[in-house]
Design a protein around this ligand. Sequence first.
Ligand code: GLV
Ligand code: MN
Ligand code: MN
Length: 409
Amino acid sequence: MNAATVMARCAALDVHTEVPGTITRRYATPALAGALREVEGWMREAGLETRRDAVGNLVGRYAGTVAGAPALLTGSHLDSVPDGGRYDGPLGVLSALSVVERLAARGERLAFPIDVCAFADEESVRYGTTYLGSSALAGRFDAEWLERRDQDGVALRDAMTAFGADADGVAEAALAPRSVLAWIELHIEQGPRLERADVPLGVVTGIQAQERRRIIVTGTAGHAGTTPMDGRRDALAAAAELVLAVERAGRDTNGIVATVGTLSVEPGGINVIPGRATFTIDVRHPDDDTLAAALTEFDAAVTRVAGERRVEVLQTVLSADRAVPCDEGLRAVLAAAVRARSLPVIDLASGAGHDAAALHRLCPVAMLFLRCAGGVSHNPAESIEECDVAVALDVLEHAFRNLPPGARR
Ligand code: GLV
Ligand code: MN
Ligand code: MN
Protein backbone atom coordinates (compact mmCIF):
# COMPACT_ATOMS: atom_id res chain seq x y z
CA MET A 1 0.00 0.00 0.00
CA ASN A 2 1.65 3.15 -1.15
CA ALA A 3 1.45 6.70 -2.34
CA ALA A 4 0.05 5.66 -5.73
CA THR A 5 -2.92 4.06 -3.98
CA VAL A 6 -3.49 7.22 -1.92
CA MET A 7 -3.44 9.34 -5.09
CA ALA A 8 -5.78 6.94 -6.92
CA ARG A 9 -8.22 6.83 -4.02
CA CYS A 10 -8.29 10.63 -3.68
CA ALA A 11 -9.14 10.75 -7.41
CA ALA A 12 -11.76 8.00 -7.06
CA LEU A 13 -13.69 10.17 -4.59
CA ASP A 14 -14.22 12.89 -7.23
CA VAL A 15 -17.37 11.16 -8.46
CA HIS A 16 -19.03 11.76 -5.11
CA THR A 17 -20.16 15.30 -5.79
CA GLU A 18 -23.34 17.33 -5.65
CA VAL A 19 -22.45 19.11 -8.89
CA PRO A 20 -21.06 16.90 -11.68
CA GLY A 21 -17.81 18.19 -13.09
CA THR A 22 -16.86 19.81 -9.77
CA ILE A 23 -15.92 18.54 -6.33
CA THR A 24 -18.76 19.78 -4.14
CA ARG A 25 -19.44 17.62 -1.10
CA ARG A 26 -21.22 19.41 1.68
CA TYR A 27 -22.32 17.90 4.97
CA ALA A 28 -25.21 15.45 5.00
CA THR A 29 -25.60 15.28 1.22
CA PRO A 30 -25.87 12.09 -0.86
CA ALA A 31 -22.45 13.01 -2.30
CA LEU A 32 -20.86 12.92 1.14
CA ALA A 33 -22.70 9.67 1.95
CA GLY A 34 -21.20 8.13 -1.21
CA ALA A 35 -17.66 9.18 -0.26
CA LEU A 36 -18.07 7.86 3.28
CA ARG A 37 -19.39 4.53 1.94
CA GLU A 38 -16.46 4.20 -0.45
CA VAL A 39 -13.88 4.92 2.25
CA GLU A 40 -15.65 2.59 4.65
CA GLY A 41 -15.30 -0.18 2.04
CA TRP A 42 -11.53 0.44 1.81
CA MET A 43 -11.27 0.44 5.60
CA ARG A 44 -13.06 -2.88 5.84
CA GLU A 45 -10.92 -4.43 3.11
CA ALA A 46 -7.94 -3.42 5.23
CA GLY A 47 -9.45 -5.24 8.21
CA LEU A 48 -10.44 -2.17 10.20
CA GLU A 49 -13.51 -2.30 12.38
CA THR A 50 -15.70 0.60 11.28
CA ARG A 51 -18.38 2.61 13.05
CA ARG A 52 -20.44 5.73 12.35
CA ASP A 53 -21.19 8.17 15.12
CA ALA A 54 -24.25 10.34 15.70
CA VAL A 55 -23.18 13.12 13.30
CA GLY A 56 -22.16 10.66 10.59
CA ASN A 57 -18.38 10.61 11.11
CA LEU A 58 -16.73 7.37 9.98
CA VAL A 59 -14.09 5.81 12.23
CA GLY A 60 -12.08 2.71 11.33
CA ARG A 61 -10.19 1.06 14.17
CA TYR A 62 -6.95 -0.87 13.85
CA ALA A 63 -6.57 -2.64 17.19
CA GLY A 64 -3.47 -2.33 19.36
CA THR A 65 -1.75 -4.93 21.52
CA VAL A 66 -2.31 -3.40 24.96
CA ALA A 67 -5.85 -3.85 26.24
CA GLY A 68 -7.54 -0.57 27.11
CA ALA A 69 -4.72 1.62 25.77
CA PRO A 70 -5.92 5.08 24.66
CA ALA A 71 -6.30 5.37 20.87
CA LEU A 72 -4.32 7.46 18.46
CA LEU A 73 -6.82 9.45 16.37
CA THR A 74 -5.68 10.30 12.87
CA GLY A 75 -7.27 11.15 9.52
CA SER A 76 -9.07 14.26 8.28
CA HIS A 77 -12.39 15.17 6.63
CA LEU A 78 -14.30 14.09 3.51
CA ASP A 79 -16.54 17.12 2.99
CA SER A 80 -15.45 19.90 0.62
CA VAL A 81 -16.12 23.52 -0.17
CA PRO A 82 -18.22 24.20 -3.29
CA ASP A 83 -16.08 23.52 -6.38
CA GLY A 84 -13.16 22.58 -4.15
CA GLY A 85 -10.03 20.50 -4.66
CA ARG A 86 -9.36 16.79 -4.48
CA TYR A 87 -6.89 16.70 -1.58
CA ASP A 88 -8.19 19.09 1.09
CA GLY A 89 -9.34 16.46 3.60
CA PRO A 90 -9.22 13.17 1.67
CA LEU A 91 -5.39 13.19 1.62
CA GLY A 92 -5.28 12.99 5.42
CA VAL A 93 -7.91 10.24 5.64
CA LEU A 94 -6.41 8.06 2.92
CA SER A 95 -2.79 8.55 4.03
CA ALA A 96 -3.69 7.50 7.57
CA LEU A 97 -5.47 4.45 6.15
CA SER A 98 -2.44 3.68 3.98
CA VAL A 99 -0.10 3.71 7.00
CA VAL A 100 -2.41 1.30 8.80
CA GLU A 101 -2.51 -0.93 5.70
CA ARG A 102 1.29 -1.06 5.72
CA LEU A 103 1.27 -2.20 9.33
CA ALA A 104 -1.47 -4.74 8.61
CA ALA A 105 0.41 -6.10 5.58
CA ARG A 106 3.33 -6.88 7.90
CA GLY A 107 0.98 -8.30 10.51
CA GLU A 108 2.26 -5.64 12.86
CA ARG A 109 0.35 -3.84 15.61
CA LEU A 110 1.34 -0.91 17.80
CA ALA A 111 0.65 -0.87 21.53
CA PHE A 112 -2.35 1.44 21.07
CA PRO A 113 -5.32 1.26 18.69
CA ILE A 114 -5.27 3.58 15.67
CA ASP A 115 -8.61 5.19 14.84
CA VAL A 116 -8.66 6.43 11.25
CA CYS A 117 -11.25 9.23 11.25
CA ALA A 118 -13.13 10.50 8.20
CA PHE A 119 -14.99 13.54 9.50
CA ALA A 120 -18.32 14.37 7.91
CA ASP A 121 -18.00 18.17 8.14
CA GLU A 122 -14.94 20.32 8.62
CA GLU A 123 -15.59 23.07 6.06
CA SER A 124 -18.85 24.25 7.61
CA VAL A 125 -20.07 25.65 4.30
CA ARG A 126 -23.61 24.36 4.71
CA TYR A 127 -24.43 25.47 8.27
CA GLY A 128 -21.52 27.74 9.31
CA THR A 129 -20.79 25.32 12.15
CA THR A 130 -16.99 25.15 12.32
CA TYR A 131 -15.66 21.61 12.68
CA LEU A 132 -19.09 20.05 13.14
CA GLY A 133 -17.72 16.50 12.76
CA SER A 134 -14.79 16.67 15.13
CA SER A 135 -16.76 18.90 17.53
CA ALA A 136 -19.01 15.94 18.25
CA LEU A 137 -16.01 13.80 19.27
CA ALA A 138 -14.55 16.63 21.31
CA GLY A 139 -17.84 17.21 23.17
CA ARG A 140 -18.14 20.80 21.88
CA PHE A 141 -21.12 20.31 19.53
CA ASP A 142 -23.53 23.12 20.34
CA ALA A 143 -27.13 21.83 20.47
CA GLU A 144 -28.31 25.24 19.20
CA TRP A 145 -26.69 24.43 15.86
CA LEU A 146 -29.48 21.90 15.25
CA GLU A 147 -31.94 24.73 14.54
CA ARG A 148 -29.69 26.45 11.97
CA ARG A 149 -30.95 26.41 8.39
CA ASP A 150 -29.00 26.06 5.17
CA GLN A 151 -29.55 28.29 2.13
CA ASP A 152 -32.56 26.17 1.12
CA GLY A 153 -34.18 26.49 4.54
CA VAL A 154 -33.38 22.91 5.64
CA ALA A 155 -32.71 22.75 9.39
CA LEU A 156 -29.54 20.94 10.46
CA ARG A 157 -31.65 18.59 12.59
CA ASP A 158 -33.69 17.54 9.54
CA ALA A 159 -30.62 17.23 7.33
CA MET A 160 -29.05 14.93 9.91
CA THR A 161 -32.15 12.75 10.06
CA ALA A 162 -32.27 12.45 6.27
CA PHE A 163 -28.55 11.54 6.35
CA GLY A 164 -29.18 8.69 8.80
CA ALA A 165 -27.44 10.60 11.62
CA ASP A 166 -28.93 11.06 15.08
CA ALA A 167 -29.45 14.67 16.12
CA ASP A 168 -30.58 13.69 19.59
CA GLY A 169 -27.66 11.35 20.17
CA VAL A 170 -24.83 13.80 19.50
CA ALA A 171 -23.79 14.02 23.14
CA GLU A 172 -23.01 10.30 23.08
CA ALA A 173 -20.51 10.79 20.25
CA ALA A 174 -18.19 12.64 22.66
CA LEU A 175 -15.08 10.67 23.53
CA ALA A 176 -13.66 10.46 27.04
CA PRO A 177 -10.28 12.24 27.15
CA ARG A 178 -8.73 9.24 28.89
CA SER A 179 -9.61 7.06 25.85
CA VAL A 180 -7.57 9.22 23.44
CA LEU A 181 -3.79 9.42 23.10
CA ALA A 182 -3.45 12.20 20.52
CA TRP A 183 -4.67 13.61 17.20
CA ILE A 184 -2.24 13.64 14.27
CA GLU A 185 -3.35 14.89 10.84
CA LEU A 186 -1.64 15.17 7.48
CA HIS A 187 -3.10 17.96 5.33
CA ILE A 188 -2.07 19.88 2.24
CA GLU A 189 -0.44 23.17 3.16
CA GLN A 190 -2.93 25.32 1.20
CA GLY A 191 -0.21 27.97 0.96
CA PRO A 192 3.04 28.49 -0.96
CA ARG A 193 5.70 28.35 1.75
CA LEU A 194 6.82 24.72 1.42
CA GLU A 195 6.95 24.99 -2.35
CA ARG A 196 9.08 28.12 -2.08
CA ALA A 197 11.39 26.34 0.39
CA ASP A 198 11.50 23.32 -1.97
CA VAL A 199 10.63 20.96 0.89
CA PRO A 200 7.79 18.39 0.80
CA LEU A 201 6.62 18.59 4.42
CA GLY A 202 6.29 21.06 7.26
CA VAL A 203 5.44 20.70 10.95
CA VAL A 204 2.52 22.86 12.04
CA THR A 205 3.02 25.13 15.04
CA GLY A 206 -0.63 26.03 15.56
CA ILE A 207 -3.90 27.18 14.04
CA GLN A 208 -4.82 30.83 14.04
CA ALA A 209 -7.82 32.38 15.78
CA GLN A 210 -10.84 33.03 13.59
CA GLU A 211 -14.25 34.64 13.81
CA ARG A 212 -17.09 34.38 11.33
CA ARG A 213 -20.21 36.55 11.28
CA ARG A 214 -23.36 36.97 9.23
CA ILE A 215 -24.26 40.61 8.66
CA ILE A 216 -27.68 41.74 7.52
CA VAL A 217 -28.00 45.33 6.29
CA THR A 218 -31.58 46.56 6.02
CA GLY A 219 -32.49 49.71 4.13
CA THR A 220 -35.53 50.53 2.00
CA ALA A 221 -36.28 48.94 -1.36
CA GLY A 222 -37.56 51.38 -3.95
CA HIS A 223 -37.86 52.45 -7.57
CA ALA A 224 -34.50 52.87 -9.30
CA GLY A 225 -35.88 55.54 -11.62
CA THR A 226 -37.96 57.69 -9.34
CA THR A 227 -36.26 57.71 -5.92
CA PRO A 228 -33.89 60.71 -5.61
CA MET A 229 -30.31 59.80 -4.73
CA ASP A 230 -30.36 61.79 -1.52
CA GLY A 231 -33.46 60.07 -0.18
CA ARG A 232 -32.22 56.53 -0.46
CA ARG A 233 -31.43 53.88 2.16
CA ASP A 234 -29.58 51.55 -0.22
CA ALA A 235 -28.66 48.37 1.67
CA LEU A 236 -26.15 47.19 -0.92
CA ALA A 237 -24.29 50.51 -1.07
CA ALA A 238 -23.98 50.39 2.74
CA ALA A 239 -22.85 46.75 2.59
CA ALA A 240 -20.28 47.68 -0.03
CA GLU A 241 -18.72 50.17 2.39
CA LEU A 242 -18.63 47.48 5.04
CA VAL A 243 -17.05 44.96 2.67
CA LEU A 244 -14.25 47.47 2.11
CA ALA A 245 -14.04 48.06 5.87
CA VAL A 246 -13.43 44.33 6.34
CA GLU A 247 -10.69 44.43 3.75
CA ARG A 248 -9.18 47.51 5.40
CA ALA A 249 -9.16 45.75 8.78
CA GLY A 250 -7.07 43.07 7.09
CA ARG A 251 -4.75 45.48 5.31
CA ASP A 252 -4.18 47.72 8.34
CA THR A 253 -2.91 45.00 10.65
CA ASN A 254 -0.01 42.79 9.74
CA GLY A 255 -1.07 39.14 9.73
CA ILE A 256 -4.83 39.70 9.66
CA VAL A 257 -6.67 37.95 6.84
CA ALA A 258 -10.22 39.19 6.30
CA THR A 259 -12.67 37.92 3.71
CA VAL A 260 -16.24 38.48 2.58
CA GLY A 261 -17.05 35.15 0.92
CA THR A 262 -20.80 35.47 0.38
CA LEU A 263 -23.14 38.35 -0.38
CA SER A 264 -26.76 38.33 -1.46
CA VAL A 265 -29.08 41.18 -2.35
CA GLU A 266 -32.85 41.41 -2.02
CA PRO A 267 -35.21 41.80 -3.66
CA GLY A 268 -32.72 41.57 -6.53
CA GLY A 269 -34.17 43.49 -9.49
CA ILE A 270 -32.20 45.51 -12.02
CA ASN A 271 -34.51 48.45 -11.43
CA VAL A 272 -34.97 48.07 -7.66
CA ILE A 273 -32.91 49.77 -4.94
CA PRO A 274 -31.65 46.96 -2.71
CA GLY A 275 -33.68 46.75 0.50
CA ARG A 276 -31.55 44.11 2.12
CA ALA A 277 -27.98 42.86 1.74
CA THR A 278 -26.68 39.84 3.63
CA PHE A 279 -23.02 38.94 3.72
CA THR A 280 -20.55 36.95 5.78
CA ILE A 281 -17.14 37.87 7.11
CA ASP A 282 -14.26 35.55 8.03
CA VAL A 283 -11.41 37.24 9.92
CA ARG A 284 -8.31 35.47 11.27
CA HIS A 285 -5.00 36.12 13.04
CA PRO A 286 -2.57 33.91 14.97
CA ASP A 287 -3.07 36.07 18.08
CA ASP A 288 -6.45 36.26 19.85
CA ASP A 289 -6.03 39.89 21.00
CA THR A 290 -4.97 41.17 17.59
CA LEU A 291 -8.03 39.51 16.05
CA ALA A 292 -10.27 41.09 18.68
CA ALA A 293 -8.77 44.54 17.95
CA ALA A 294 -9.41 44.18 14.19
CA LEU A 295 -13.02 43.20 14.86
CA THR A 296 -13.43 46.22 17.14
CA GLU A 297 -12.22 48.39 14.27
CA PHE A 298 -14.82 46.76 12.02
CA ASP A 299 -17.55 47.32 14.63
CA ALA A 300 -16.71 51.03 14.60
CA ALA A 301 -17.16 51.05 10.82
CA VAL A 302 -20.55 49.35 11.23
CA THR A 303 -21.71 52.04 13.66
CA ARG A 304 -20.47 54.83 11.37
CA VAL A 305 -22.01 53.40 8.15
CA ALA A 306 -25.32 52.62 9.86
CA GLY A 307 -25.54 56.22 11.08
CA GLU A 308 -24.44 57.91 7.88
CA ARG A 309 -26.65 55.81 5.62
CA ARG A 310 -29.59 55.38 8.00
CA VAL A 311 -29.60 51.59 7.60
CA GLU A 312 -29.94 48.88 10.23
CA VAL A 313 -27.07 46.46 10.60
CA LEU A 314 -27.57 43.18 12.43
CA GLN A 315 -24.45 41.13 13.18
CA THR A 316 -24.60 37.46 14.22
CA VAL A 317 -21.44 35.66 15.29
CA LEU A 318 -21.47 32.28 13.54
CA SER A 319 -18.28 30.98 15.10
CA ALA A 320 -15.43 32.28 17.22
CA ASP A 321 -12.40 30.04 17.63
CA ARG A 322 -9.36 30.98 19.66
CA ALA A 323 -5.85 30.29 18.40
CA VAL A 324 -4.78 26.70 19.07
CA PRO A 325 -1.13 25.70 19.58
CA CYS A 326 0.03 22.27 18.48
CA ASP A 327 1.45 20.08 21.25
CA GLU A 328 5.22 20.58 21.76
CA GLY A 329 5.87 16.88 22.44
CA LEU A 330 3.99 15.73 19.34
CA ARG A 331 5.70 18.40 17.23
CA ALA A 332 9.05 16.99 18.39
CA VAL A 333 7.94 13.48 17.36
CA LEU A 334 6.93 14.75 13.89
CA ALA A 335 10.15 16.76 13.57
CA ALA A 336 12.23 13.68 14.45
CA ALA A 337 10.32 11.68 11.84
CA VAL A 338 11.01 14.37 9.22
CA ARG A 339 14.72 14.39 10.12
CA ALA A 340 14.81 10.59 9.93
CA ARG A 341 13.90 11.03 6.27
CA SER A 342 16.93 13.37 5.91
CA LEU A 343 14.73 16.42 5.42
CA PRO A 344 14.97 19.83 7.08
CA VAL A 345 12.28 20.67 9.61
CA ILE A 346 10.18 23.63 8.54
CA ASP A 347 7.79 25.00 11.16
CA LEU A 348 4.62 26.54 9.78
CA ALA A 349 1.62 28.26 11.35
CA SER A 350 -1.68 27.20 9.77
CA GLY A 351 -3.71 29.94 8.14
CA ALA A 352 -6.54 27.50 7.49
CA GLY A 353 -8.82 26.05 10.12
CA HIS A 354 -8.52 22.34 10.85
CA ASP A 355 -10.19 19.73 13.04
CA ALA A 356 -7.24 20.00 15.43
CA ALA A 357 -8.80 23.28 16.58
CA ALA A 358 -11.81 21.36 17.92
CA LEU A 359 -9.94 18.24 19.04
CA HIS A 360 -7.48 20.33 21.05
CA ARG A 361 -10.14 20.28 23.81
CA LEU A 362 -9.95 16.48 23.87
CA CYS A 363 -6.29 15.60 23.47
CA PRO A 364 -2.87 16.90 22.37
CA VAL A 365 -2.91 17.69 18.64
CA ALA A 366 -0.30 17.94 15.90
CA MET A 367 -0.30 18.34 12.13
CA LEU A 368 1.98 17.76 9.20
CA PHE A 369 1.60 19.87 6.04
CA LEU A 370 2.37 18.64 2.56
CA ARG A 371 3.32 21.08 -0.19
CA CYS A 372 0.78 21.75 -2.91
CA ALA A 373 1.31 23.34 -6.30
CA GLY A 374 1.33 27.13 -6.14
CA GLY A 375 -0.21 26.93 -2.68
CA VAL A 376 -3.59 26.70 -4.43
CA SER A 377 -6.49 25.19 -2.44
CA HIS A 378 -10.28 25.54 -2.15
CA ASN A 379 -10.01 25.41 -5.92
CA PRO A 380 -10.28 22.57 -8.45
CA ALA A 381 -6.65 23.25 -9.46
CA GLU A 382 -5.43 21.85 -6.12
CA SER A 383 -2.48 19.57 -6.95
CA ILE A 384 0.18 17.53 -5.12
CA GLU A 385 3.00 15.16 -6.10
CA GLU A 386 2.91 11.41 -5.47
CA CYS A 387 6.58 11.46 -4.42
CA ASP A 388 5.71 13.90 -1.61
CA VAL A 389 2.92 11.60 -0.44
CA ALA A 390 5.44 8.72 -0.33
CA VAL A 391 7.62 10.78 2.02
CA ALA A 392 4.60 11.74 4.12
CA LEU A 393 3.60 8.10 4.59
CA ASP A 394 7.10 7.25 5.87
CA VAL A 395 7.06 10.23 8.21
CA LEU A 396 3.61 9.43 9.57
CA GLU A 397 4.53 5.79 10.17
CA HIS A 398 7.75 6.82 11.92
CA ALA A 399 5.80 9.25 14.09
CA PHE A 400 3.10 6.72 14.99
CA ARG A 401 5.78 4.24 16.06
CA ASN A 402 7.52 6.79 18.22
CA LEU A 403 4.59 8.33 20.02
CA PRO A 404 5.34 8.59 23.71
CA PRO A 405 2.74 6.54 25.63
CA GLY A 406 2.35 9.64 27.81
CA ALA A 407 1.36 11.88 24.86
CA ARG A 408 -2.02 12.17 26.49
CA ARG A 409 -2.27 15.16 28.84
C1 GLV B 1 -11.18 25.53 6.23
O1 GLV B 1 -10.62 25.04 5.28
C2 GLV B 1 -10.98 26.93 6.50
O2 GLV B 1 -9.88 27.30 6.96
O3 GLV B 1 -11.89 27.71 6.26
MN1 MN C 1 -10.74 23.39 3.42
MN1 MN D 1 -9.25 20.74 5.22
